[in-house]
Write a protein that binds this ligand. Sequence first.
Ligand code: AMP
Length: 292
Amino acid sequence: MSSSIVTVRTIADLRGHVTGWKRDGESVGVVPTMGALHAGHLALVEAAKQRCDRVIVTLFVNPKQFERADDLAAYPRTEEADRQRLAPYGPDVLYAPTGETMYPQSFATTISVGGVSEGLCGAHRPGHFDGVATVVTKLFMQTQADVAFFGEKDYQQLQVIRRMTSDLDIPVEIVGVPTVREADGLALSSRNAYLTAAERGVAPALNRALCRVAEGLVEGQPASKLTADAIEEIRGAGFRDVDYVEVREAGTLRPIERLEGEARVLGAAWLGKARLIDNVPAFPRAAAGGNG
Ligand code: AMP
């Protein structure tokens, strides 16, 4: 068990490590996070450790991807606990830059990805994916990573990052890691900490409803009917509002009505103070396989 995670806060210090590794021909993986680490994040670190010689975990609560000041202020910040949680997984560096390092006063650039950023969470969180694309581009440039690891839990985000990396010819490979769940199906999320005990009991209803949509699609039912039923089911379970439940083609995120190739069923809904998101795959019968 390693407990020697080096914490760096400046680009110069980070580059010092990375330059040495690259000189020695070592591959570099990066796992971007906003902290409040749980087993979902740690699965990304494990995947990175398996794949790369060196692993950087980044910790930065990115103000540009919060569209509400109260949400940003309330976001959990637990750096010391995060460092302890990471230790057994042995990343080489925890890169936790300051706000001033990431966005100095003069900062004036926004990366905006069309197509896959539109609809779903993009429609409900204006500016969110611009904030994500901008910070992830900076983290790629700063870390010079060869491989970057992202969770399928944030499926639209993963597709936005794939599109952006390809469009901008950034020399980094993007790896998606399946969603880590509680035993009752609830996707692990830093935002689950906002749930009361009663809400925690209700929360798995989101995943159950999405799985039911996926099953219906495989049986040949139309997406519009299945998603309308799912929204009713999620509301009936005790969620206070449903932002969306939709069926999209897995790679392009184009809306689809019938299952032809690989699809994703995606949903977002409000439970008390928490906005929960989740998604599950749907494969036509002949091509069945995988889980998300
Ligand atoms: P966050 O700290 O919420 O920005 O998440 C950092 C990374 O962890 C993102 O790539 C997320 O998709 C990923 N992640 C969050 N929750 C999970 C989960 N339950 N399973 C797998 N990956 C996750």
